[in-house]
Design a protein. Structure first.
Ligand SMILES: Nc1ncnc2c1ncn2[C@@H]1O[C@H](COP(=O)(O)OS(=O)(=O)O)[C@@H](OP(=O)(O)O)[C@H]1O
Length: 178
């Protein structure tokens, strides 16, 4: 009698346990599947970006050379890498007109002791997180007589990359000395 009661209890607890296991498994799998779907969605290519970056151009290192149309010859990245791959836009029909660079009133007119120069791509970039002290670094570097620094942050890599190097080099900034 007592033995059969124990067997009945065991069967019941086994059922409860298996149901709990199924529920736990589902609650573990559901967020994983959701995460997978979300990451897939984020990683899916943008049609605009794809159409803009369909053309690739390998530029060889050539210090001091200038950008001519879609032909890129040399830049600071080349100095480090030896050669770099640029994805240049063939056309930009879907993009809004490129933004004008707005120079902060604090730095307006502060170009460099070198005065105006020709439009060239920069030979060095300052990259940093917000409030990381990049402005202070820029201002220290600007004091050097051989360094010409921009007064506005072009935000080329984070906001305006799709406008291409043409926009970057012709964005109204005189970036380096002739
Ligand atoms: N050397 C040094 N040591 C400690 N802190 C420093 C230094 N140089 C700049 N700062 C502080 O950095 C803040 C500005 O950083 P950013 O120029 O990157 O600002 S911004 O994100 O571009 O607006 C700004 O901080 P806040 O004054 O709190 O805004 C600066 O005071």
């Amino acid at each position: 009698m007592a033995f059969s009661r124990i067997r009945t209890l065991d069967a019941t607890s086994r059922g409860i346990l298996s149901r709990k296991a199924v529920v736990m498994l589902c609650s573990l799998l559901a967020p994983l599947i959701l995460l997978h779907l979300l990451t897939d969605r984020c990683a899916s290519p943008s049609p605009v970006r794809d159409s803009l970056r369909s053309k690739r151009l390998v530029s060889e290192r050539s210090a001091g050379s200038e950008l001519a149309g879609h032909r890129v010859a040399g830049w600071a990245a080349d100095v480090r890498a030896g050669a770099t791959v640029w994805q240049l836009p063939e056309e930009s029909p879907a993009l809004p007109p490129p933004p004008d660079l707005v120079v902060s009133p604090r730095f307006a007119g502060k170009v460099s002791p070198l005065g105006e120069g020709s439009k060239k791509l920069p030979q060095a970039l300052i990259i940093g997180v917000k409030k990381g002290g990049t402005r202070a670094l820029l201002e220290f570097l600007r004091v050097h007589p051989d360094i010409r620094a921009v007064g506005a942050e072009p935000h080329f890599f984070d906001r305006n990359y799709d406008y291409g190097l043409g926009w970057y080099s012709n964005s109204g900034l005189r970036l380096s000395r002739e």
